[in-house]
Design a protein around this ligand. Structure first.
Ligand code: MG
Length: 247
């Protein structure tokens, strides 16, 4: 807490007050990082069917395990073993909540390339509903490095660019350790993540600074278990073979 004494009057700003103030004055561009540019590599062909102790979150047939991010049913399109973002339907999230886990998920950017930068095949996978592992078609598509596929949005640049061509199925495997909080709400230990993109290490036990933010800097706020949620960013990105193991 910061106290400012101005002309005899005390103004007290809480940290959340300062945060709100900063958010208002900051621009999205201020948290974009464009260098270094992760080297583009060609990944191998990795597939991962679920082990016997996994919870199957999406088996290609139904969204029984999912609901709308805001409210109601998950209104994305299930077809031919995949689920696809329906523009304007909003994000979807799992009914079940998670803390520490291993997640496998496959995604596909539209084969027909439309838009560029952040507007091309954008979606996202949110750990515990608030930490976004970016989904973006970054095959020959430059954007800010901390916002490309395999990044934790605006926090962690991926080690390499392991993107496959648009229209091809890609995978993420995530080992997630949830943040821990003290009883007074302060941070005990930050969230940690390891991510493989198409079987290639892109995040090596990184420490997150807080929930991922479009504008302004991340700030941790005490929370418990959270869902896996998928972002509707207006592009028809598809998902399949989603499974998770609680740790
Ligand atoms: Mg996104």
């Amino acid at each position: 807490m910061i106290k400012l004494f101005l002309a005899g009057a005390a103004i007290i700003l809480t940290s959340t007050g300062l945060y709100a103030q900063e958010k208002k004055t900051m621009k999205p561009e201020e948290t974009e990082v464009w260098e270094p540019v992760p080297t583009a590599i060609t990944p191998g062909t990795a597939t991962a069917s679920a082990p016997s102790d996994a919870i199957i979150l999406f088996n290609g047939k139904s969204l029984d395990q999912w609901q709308g991010e805001k409210e109601g049913a998950a209104k994305w399109l299930v077809k031919e073993g995949a689920v696809t973002v329906v523009k304007g339907a909003g994000g979807i999230k799992t009914k079940e909540l998670f803390n520490d886990f291993q997640l496998h998920i496959e995604w596909r950017a539209p084969a027909v390339v439309q838009g560029d930068g952040q507007g091309r095949g954008n979606s996202g996978i949110f750990m515990q509903g608030i930490y976004e592992l970016q989904v973006l078609d970054n095959y020959n598509n430059r954007t800010y490095s901390n916002g490309q596929a395999g990044s934790f949005y605006k926090q962690k640049i991926p080690l390499v660019n392991a993107c496959k061509k648009p229209g091809q199925w890609q995978s993420y495997d995530v080992i997630w350790t949830a943040p821990r909080f003290n009883e007074d709400g302060s941070l005990k230990s930050p969230a940690r993540a390891t991510v493989l993109h198409n079987g290639v290490l892109v995040q090596n036990n990184v420490e997150l600074e807080g929930p991922t933010e479009y504008i302004g800097k991340p700030v941790y706020k005490k929370h418990g278990e959270g869902p896996i949620s998928l972002q509707d960013h207006g592009n028809p990105v598809s998902y399949r073979n989603i499974w998770i193991r609680k740790l």
